[in-house]
Unconditional design. Structure first.
Length: 132
């Protein structure tokens, strides 16, 4: 059991050394990486804990790649537009339309990953496309 504690301590020190070598100036709070490494090696229990606390508190927040996408369907104008089209068709006694297929002027897959499909023309009932 004693060996397990020593192995965990060595793993923590190695992890912190690698993390220090890959960190940027903001995470190091202006100190040179060699100073952080000396602190982590000379104080094997306290040094890594100080590094982890300081570096995580100064690490910039990562933004999601799809941050511009709606959080829920109720916030998505394209979803609401398709829903209103389905409701109009049901009210008129017609079946709901199948998902759009590729045509020369409208590709089946959006141009940009995560982008909603483009709709520049009115639908079959003559209703305009939703605003973007």
């Amino acid at each position: 059991m004693r060996n397990l504690g020593i192995l965990l301590l060595i793993a923590l020190v190695v992890y912190c050394l690698v993390d220090i070598s890959r960190s940027d100036d903001a995470e190091r709070v202006g100190l040179h990486p060699a100073l952080w490494m000396v602190l982590v090696v000379l104080l094997p229990v306290v040094g890594p804990i100080i590094w982890l606390v300081v570096s995580r508190s100064h690490r910039p927040r990562q933004t999601r790649s799809d941050a511009d996408r709606p959080a829920s369907p109720d916030d998505d104008p394209d979803f609401l537009w398709r829903l209103s089209q389905q409701q109009r068709r049901r009210a008129a006694g017609r079946p709901a339309a199948a998902p759009p297929t590729a045509t020369p002027d409208r590709p089946a897959v959006p141009e940009a990953p995560g982008a909603p499909p483009a709709r520049d023309t009115p639908d079959e009932d003559g209703h305009p496309a939703p605003p973007r």
